[in-house]
Design a protein around this ligand. Sequence first.
Ligand code: GLN
Length: 515
Amino acid sequence: MDQPTFAEAHRALDAGETTCEALVSSFLDRIDDRNDELNAFTTVDRDGALNHARYLDSQRERGNARPLSGLVLAVKDNICIRGYPVSCGSKMLKDFSSLYDATVIERLRDAGAIFIGKTNCDEFAMGSSNETSHFGPVRNPHDPDYVPGGSSGGSAAAVAAGMCHAALGSDTGGSVRQPSAFCGVVGLKPTYGRVSRSGLVAFASSLDVIGPLANSVEDVATLLNVMAGEDPNDSSSAPVDVPDYTQALTGEVEGLKVGLPDEYFTEGLDPTIRHMVRDQVATLEDQGAEIERVSLPHTEYGVATYYLLATAEASSNLARYDGIRYGFRADLQETKHELRERRKELQRELSAARTKGDDDRVTELEAELDDEQSALDALYTRTRTEGFGDEVKRRIMLGTYALSAGYYDKYYEKAQRVRTLIRHDFDRAFEDVDVLVTPTTPTPPFQLGEKTDDPLEMYLNDIYTVTANLAGIPGLTVPIGSHPETDNLPVGLQLLGPHFDESVLLQVGDVLTSE
Ligand code: GLN
């Protein structure tokens, strides 16, 4: 799919061949055409986007064009835009609106970006297929029987279907890169700390990062220029200078050392994807890059480590959804009624046990009656039972278990140690090479429903992406063609680089996508 880029729009705007209003209108038409089928957007801000476009056009007429004037952006529904819903794909936040702008939103708006709507995603960004959203699954624009990937599936589908120039997603274990690969677009997971997380609804705070998705590497570089940099509202954002990322797009890879990690090309990898990635590596070699095999020996522990740490952090972050402060609240009268009924039932059982002289049962029932939940506790329980979907509950239970007394050392602490080993693997590899090339996913896109009954299968799809989050390094996925045995669905190649070296990823990604 050859979809519109901001770079072209920017040129056309400068040449007076189009207006911001015309750009927004054409994207709105596209959304009207395809969103019913794809379910990529949960909110479309028709009037807001058109009004902002007209304002930018009038500014341009006065000679006040901004660097991103006319960039039409979709935003994952776990990133706050003041006054917009921020559902996180969950019933829990279905009717909740943001009270403030995320830092990236402020920066992008100041630079002239237009927000066209919020995109559907897996519930609280937990998933690899965009099938866990309360608002229904997103479909792959290349073939609606297939998943778009997740959790930023709506963002990837919107970009791939030409419903916007670019989109924002969040990446905790692959959620920008995996859906980008499945939909055939470019997606960047910046270094942890490179982009402010202020205004991103937390999933796993030591792993979360906001990243851009677009139809070209150049557009991703342009977006990162505005998004990156320290932010006083996010203490984990790093005080590291931000280069001009578009300067990295030299079109050359001569002399660059490219590493191929053995562990990313083992038996679980689809053979066609393996060949396609190898072909790209051959192209880099033809253009003067030096190719080297490297080893990242702890890769095999990535998925287990990620799913322990991410769920542990999620169980703590999601404790705030108690029905009191945010969004959905279960019905209080019903909850009280249920409590009263339960109490009556226990009392009936107690008198029956006394009549029978069943002393053990009497003690048990008396204890249960003493221990009765307060109405407030019952309201918490009922709210969380009704408000969260199955996948989110599974994660909260896993995470709470991993953090509980007696298991903390065995699971959580051990996972932290393995995380360090994984990070050291990368540190060592980057002593020898400038960049690593891997597949983004072990398989091409799969069909809707194919993996929903087997969470472990679903988790294994993240094998090549979770390690970058564990190590905090940046990762970029670029489309490298289509998969002939899977209805010609897109395949992605992943580039991994040292901390804060997004430039090298953009440099190589640009070469791979500009033949
Ligand atoms: N697929 C991974 C998960 O389900 C990653 C999600 C993400 O990056 N937000 O946790």
